[in-house]
Design a protein around this ligand. Sequence first.
Ligand code: B16
Ligand code: MG
Length: 221
Amino acid sequence: MNKTGFIFDLDGVIVDTAKYHYLAWRNLANELGFEFTHEQNELFKGVSRKRCLEILLDIGGVEATQEQFDRWMVEKNEDYLKYIEKMNASEILPDVPRVLQFLKERQIPIALGSASKNARPILEKVELLPYFDSIVDGNNVTKAKPDPEVFLIAAEQLAVRPENSVVFEDAVAGIQAANAANMLSIGIGDDKVLSEAKHNFKDFTEMDDGFLESLIQQGSV
Ligand code: B16
Ligand code: MG
């Protein structure tokens, strides 16, 4: 019998840290003399910090030396961490604890698969860390989503096969990574944006226990 494993993205699936990333990137853009809009922030979802800064500097038409680039990466993250510091369990997205609890009660292995290098402190802040059997984040990968690396490592750590893994993702690159890993991709958010996902939900409130049970069964044959 093959076990099913569940892999959760962090930002946009478990918590909405995109708003804090936005504030920190906007502060940096303003300091460099240009505007950064909510719409532009959409391009940053699921994208590594380094790639985000490259895109930001492109938007502003700013050329940076390596030393400036490195300094702005640190500056943005220090600013972001000031917002994260104030987070608590009230910021968990709707019904995430119900789903985690449902899986935990059935002893289903659970991993995090995130691009963020701040994943662990965020999970600690919102008191969800104990649910996770494995954390794979920006500190453990060499290739960013849509490369499947992050999810393949997560499945390996859970000792489940990729084809028996379920991935919850809010970013196009994340859905592509899950599909490339031969996992079952579930889009959380706008189904038009996440049209490559196998299933789509606006959020976890739309996902009932029967559906979760069917996901568990898909790997256990
Ligand atoms: P950090 P996810 C991603 O998280 C965010 O969506 C993305 O906007 C961010 O740039 C990236 O993490 C890196 O985050 O600066 O904290 O290392 O959606 O993959 O959980
Ligand atoms: Mg995300």
